[in-house]
Design a protein. Structure first.
Length: 250
């Protein structure tokens, strides 16, 4: 049963991986999502949104580049590079704060722009072009102020899985552990209830060594749609027949 369970999860991961390039609804706001999906013209919007994704709802964080673009009337990297940190903080803070920590995130945004200009020649897509290794891409995201392993691996996974950006390997793209992934890994019996983030990451590595992040979206999808904290909808989940804890609340 355990083997069948893992096979189903990996099979779903492969289905999502092999699908064509996907339009991602990061914010559910059409114009903002258009900008975030346009890696050809505004790749820095994607990178800066990743940097903003901290301690607030993801949809709100990913909306920030578009909100700043609306205030400026432009979102070219040249325009952003001319802004001082204090000007970005003004945009981030008034008339209403765009983030829970406007000052801190203004600094991260400012330094992110400067890094894109100075290290990547003003083109954020240079972070991932040329088929680099997954470890190199994750490392490059980690070099941005305010970005930790969770966001760095999430960014690399989105680039690889949704945008079909080719890397030379996928070994270093881990699952980005959130409440959904933790709950699903626990209920499927893959890890104990008190498992650490590191344990969940290494369990995914053990199950899918060549691409641990392959398990990220299937687990998140199950947790978001069916395996809810209360009143899980087990009958609708494709793991229904193999889940050892169907119907259990936690």
């Amino acid at each position: 049963m355990a083997s069948r369970l893992v096979d189903l999860l990996l099979q779903r991961g492969q289905e999502l991986w092999q699908a064509g390039r996907r339009y991602v609804r990061f914010t559910k706001h059409g114009p903002a999502d258009e900008m975030l999906n346009d890696l050809e013209h505004t790749p820095h919007a994607f990178v800066l949104a990743c940097i903003m994704d901290r301690q607030i709802k993801a949809e709100r964080a990913w909306l920030i580049p578009y909100q700043i673009a609306q205030k400026l009337g432009d979102f070219s990297i040249e325009t952003l590079a001319r802004l001082s940190q204090s000007q970005i903080e003004e945009l981030m803070s008034r008339p209403e704060p765009l983030h829970r920590f406007p000052s801190e995130m203004a600094r991260n945004f400012f330094e992110g722009v400067q890094r894109i200009v100075q290290i990547y020649q003003g083109d954020a897509s240079n972070i991932w072009t040329g088929k680099p290794s997954s470890a190199e891409v994750v490392y490059r995201f980690l070099e941005f102020r305010g970005v930790g392993p969770k966001i760095a691996t999430m960014a690399a996974n989105i680039l690889a899985r949704e945008f079909k950006v080719p890397f030379s390997d996928y070994y270093s793209i881990d699952v980005s552990v959130d409440t959904h992934i933790r709950r699903v890994f626990t209920r499927l019996g893959l890890v104990p209830a008190d498992a650490s983030v590191e344990q969940i990451i290494y369990k995914a590595r053990a199950l899918s060594p060549e691409f641990p992040g392959l398990l990220d979206l299937p687990a998140w999808e199950i947790g978001r749609n069916w395996c809810k904290p209360r009143e899980p909808e087990c009958s609708k989940c494709y793991m229904n027949q193999v889940c050892p804890r169907q119907g259990v609340r936690s």
